[in-house]
Design a protein around this ligand. Sequence first.
Ligand SMILES: Nc1ncnc2c1ncn2[C@@H]1O[C@H](COP(=O)(O)OP(=O)(O)OP(=O)(O)O)[C@@H](O)[C@H]1O
Length: 661
Amino acid sequence: MREDVQSLDIRDVTANWVNAAVLERQIDDRIKALADLSHTPLFFGRLDYLHAPGADKAEGAEGESFYIGRRHVHDADGDPMVIDWRAPVSQPFYRASPKDPMDVGLRRRFGYTGGELTAYEDEHLTEAPAGPAQTSKLLQAEIERPRVGPMRDIVATIQPEQDEIVRADLSGSVCVQGGPGTGKTAVGLHRVAYLLYAHRDRLARTGTLVIGPNKSFLHYIEQVLPALGELDVKQATVDDLVARVEVRATDSAPAAVVKGDARMAEVLRRALRSHVTIPTEPVMVVRGSRRWRIPAYELEEIVQELLNRDIRYGAAHDALPQRIAHTVLVRMEQSGEAPDDRVQDAVARNPAVKAAVKAVWPEVDPAKLVLRLLSDADFLAEHADGILTADEQKTVLAEKPARSVKSAKWSLADAVLIDEAGDLIARTHSLGHVVLDEAQDLSPMQYRAVGRRCSTGSATILGDLAQGTTPWATSSWAEALTHLGKAGAHVEELTAGFRVPREVIAYASRLLPHMSPGLAAVSSVRENPGSLSLRTTDDLDGAAVTACRDSLRHEGSTGLIAADARIPALAEALTAAGLAYLNPGEETTADARLTLVPASLAKGLEYDYVVLDEPAAVVDGEPDERTGLRRLYVALTRAVSGLIINHHAPVPEQLAAPAAA
Ligand SMILES: Nc1ncnc2c1ncn2[C@@H]1O[C@H](COP(=O)(O)OP(=O)(O)OP(=O)(O)O)[C@@H](O)[C@H]1O
């Protein structure tokens, strides 16, 4: 296929050099997309259908065999040799079961080691299974393979309940609640790939976006979609989305909570609308020898109509001069003139009209509006009256008000408010589909910021309520979805865990009743006896070095996770011991396998072996106990193969014994 494209001769088929350049570029892209990746096999599965799909299932209709792979491959005649995993014909590879064979007699899975075919596994779906259902050995091997480098795709082993989410229709939004390692991130990324396949034209026009919690996380996942042949998906953090001002300050938790509260949207709306003044003076337009007078009450009618229509503030500002001009034109017509559109434009630009618009519906800068709200107590009180309490108003007011937008020390929550104000003035562009990962941590105002970026599209929302570690983390998906403007989204739950060994997840799940009662514990599909070890020590730094050395004896990556405040001491200890380490987000390689991870950045990441330093310090590093326990829960659930816990202080009591059922 690559050679075919390379040998294309376009000299005679393009009309001009522009066409030729565009076509050449497309051909180059296609050649790149067809590059041979030595470690990426062309197919990973085979389906033997009982009947040809689509053919009349009459007696004797012949079955067909299909190879399933990451991409479509055809032979010299154009006949398909490998079917894209996203095609409808491939679906039984993920969904068929002895109970519902989906017209498939045989499902074969191929196993590869470094690009070489080393195993295969057959399932005869129409024959009664010999014993109880067993997990596929190839799936087991895939889950247990050492993790080096960035996150990889899971196309060969997507599980039926995951596949339901991956292939859910584009028109609806989906919300996935799932414990650590249930594959939420993987599912979200594969869903984008699927939607791009099924709705390529539409999404190419409207765009897709993946939102993650921070840069290191985005870096960790950035290879998955390109490996599936999808190069055009944007990735960003929520902070990137709202970056209209430079952020140089951090709010206190109480201030951030109020600023992130959805009530702020109403405060902003009121404050913005307060700029509209009901006209009290007539407008006098002079054209040639004639004067046209629009009385104040007529102007008021126009303004009221614009206010009632609830269009964006900026759109109304732009419409107002035209409305006034239109009224003038009507007068002109009534007095026997025949003005055309050009006259209307000219009247709209008339200095008297412009002056009236400036007085009645002035332009507003979103950052200036927010600056005034956060620094002018009277202005805030006027518009927050009945919405925020006096204490809440005090909490958000800046101690030292800044003089200008430029000199203001903006916080992340401020940037979100400015984004909201910006949207009240001019509609934010909406994309076709947005995937929001680690969604539990967003404030209501952040949900709104994400929601307006998919207001005309759909969303996939992924998260775990038990891993919410911000003071404003949501406690209910229904609430979060309402703020997102996707109240109708289906909430699905994933409960099978593919990362954390059974013993480790059972230990971490002891925290659940204390921080997120009501959430089901993840049931791990992995047995790794001996994967959890607790070590008491008087020398935490020394013990960390020893435990890292122990872990690095195994194949794969090691993460040393610790309370943020412990990072400098541990960094020093590692360096003194001659152990080089990476920061989260830096790619692990065969030569650099150790990462030093502040607990605040551990979310979403995983390592083969985790050394967890002083759990009590991780809990104490947070403003309240519940958040502390959740942070600890995140840290405890990053390990794929083994977890060593070093502690000097006693481990938090909630971990000490299984909670009473
Ligand atoms: N069907 C699967 N086959 C093979 N591996 C899988 C499958 N599903 C998930 N995994 C693997 O399990 C690990 C955890 O997946 P992922 O990071 O998507 O989980 P998560 O639910 O987002 O976790 P967290 O809540 O900790 O962020 C990843 O290494 C992923 O590749």
